[in-house]
Write a protein that binds this ligand. Structure first.
Ligand SMILES: *Cc1c(COP(=O)(O)O)cnc(C)c1O
Length: 408
């Protein structure tokens, strides 16, 4: 676990993305942080070792608990989210499951929304009930019914905004306030927005979760997760994680740290392109519907404007012609990986059936209001014009079919 040592400086998020967490020891004046692949850390005398073990002196003992490269990653995201403390995990799902299993005990109740990430939804419907935890999943956009469920009393309110894959937006400040009236812990999965576009702690959240695999890392080459926020809660989650062992690997921590240095630049470009693409698709005759919080036609555009400083790099759209149209459209994209990922420097596209909701059945997807002809499109940092041109030709169906991933 990494705690706030000093008050957050007033520097901008870009400066903090570059410099936060970078103060650790260097090897022979190297400017870049070392990757500490060591499992354990050795001591010359037992007293010093004991002091480190008891937390009286800074240092590391064993990398399942803490590690210098991992600590640097935790400090960078802690700073960007203006949290008091942060702890990291082997994946986003590890962050989510460790958080929920730390906060909830048999007999407790948790309120969430139907549109959480597919894996998160599985925890709610398949795993938590087995431990005698009562789960209430509400219609994502029905704020009144969510407030009513929270009002019945609960231990945790778990939110995600924008959601995956239909990018619905929930009013975080409003629902967090409802949670706090019940003395419940408010948790927000901020993976889609990133701290550049949305700061849940400033809206009252007690804990913020990320799949660092996505935008934070940004290069689709490392899995990781983080939970940050209130110090007392993060300390409990950290304790659970150090025992169950879902720790972040130091090499992955290094890759995520390196990716995060350009977070603000990538997000600015992705916000810009996603908006242009959403506007283009909305007018295209082959497109049935476009989902993007930046569009005036989005049902919660006003809420998005209130709580986000940018609308993000993910949009989704449905094609006229059903799943058959999806199957012929996707392979025509030249400038996109067809893959189950998002938030990377490359554009990534795919249907929910093979991406966010691969764990769900067809019926579950339908009940979640996900059209079968939906495509999730995660905008990369390519030139906006090239992405528009690629979509244009793929929708017109004239292009050659690709021969493999990345046939650009
Ligand atoms: C991908 C994702 C997760 C899970 O993260 P992993 O790193 O794949 O375990 C959780 N929440 C959201 C919103 C995601 O997009």
């Amino acid at each position: 676990m990494h705690e706030r040592k000093t008050k957050n400086k007033q520097s901008g998020l870009g400066t903090r993305a570059v410099w936060a967490g970078e103060k650790g020891e260097r090897w022979r004046r190297a400017t870049q942080l070392p990757v500490a692949l060591s499992v354990s850390f050795g001591y010359e005398n037992v007293d010093e070792w004991l002091e480190v073990a008891r937390g009286k002196r800074p240092g590391h003992i064993y990398s399942r608990n803490t590690n210098p490269t991992v600590a640097a990653f935790e400090e960078k995201i802690r700073d960007l989210e203006s949290a008091d403390a942060a702890t990291s995990f082997s994946s986003g799902m590890a962050a989510i499951s460790n958080t929920l299993f730390t906060l909830l005990s048999p007999g407790d109740r948790v309120v969430s929304i139907k549109d959480t990430y597919g894996g998160t939804n599985k925890i709610f419907v398949e795993f938590l009930p087995r431990f005698g935890i009562d789960v209430a999943l509400c219609n994502t956009t029905d704020h009144r019914s969510i407030e009513a469920e929270i009002g019945k009393g609960c231990k945790v309110v778990y939110l995600e905004s924008p959601t995956n894959p239909t990018v619905k937006v929930v009013d975080l400040a409003r629902l967090i306030a409802a949670a706090h009236r019940q003395k419940a812990v408010a948790v927000v999965d901020n993976t889609f927005a990133t701290p550049i576009n949305q700061q849940p702690i400033s809206l009252g959240a007690d804990l913020v979760i990320h799949s660092a695999t996505k935008f934070l890392g940004g290069h689709a080459d490392a899995l990781g997760g983080v939970a940050c926020g209130r110090k007392d809660l993060v300390a409990k989650i950290y304790h659970f994680r150090e025992i169950n062992g879902a720790c972040l690997d130091p090499m992955a921590a290094y890759l995520l740290l390196r990716g995060m240095k350009t977070l603000h630049l990538r997000i600015a470009q992705q916000n810009h392109s996603a908006m242009k693409i959403a506007q283009f698709l909305e007018l295209h005759p082959s497109v049935e519907r476009v989902f993007y919080p930046g569009l005036k036609s989005h049902e919660a555009h006003a809420i998005a404007r209130k709580q986000m400083s940018g609308f993000g790099g993910v949009l989704s759209f449905s094609l006229k012609g059903g799943f058959g149209a999806v199957k012929s459209f996707l392979p025509r994209l030249c400038c996109a990986h067809l893959a189950a990922n998002l938030g990377a420097v490359e554009t990534v596209a795919g249907p929910p059936a093979t991406t966010s909701h691969v764990e769900s059945t067809k019926g579950e997807r339908a009940r979640a209001g996900i059209p079968e002809a939906l495509i999730r499109y995660s905008v990369g940092i390519e030139d906006t014009e090239d992405l528009l041109e690629d979509l244009r030709q793929a929708l017109e169906g004239k292009a050659r079919l690709r021969t493999g991933s990345g046939t650009w």
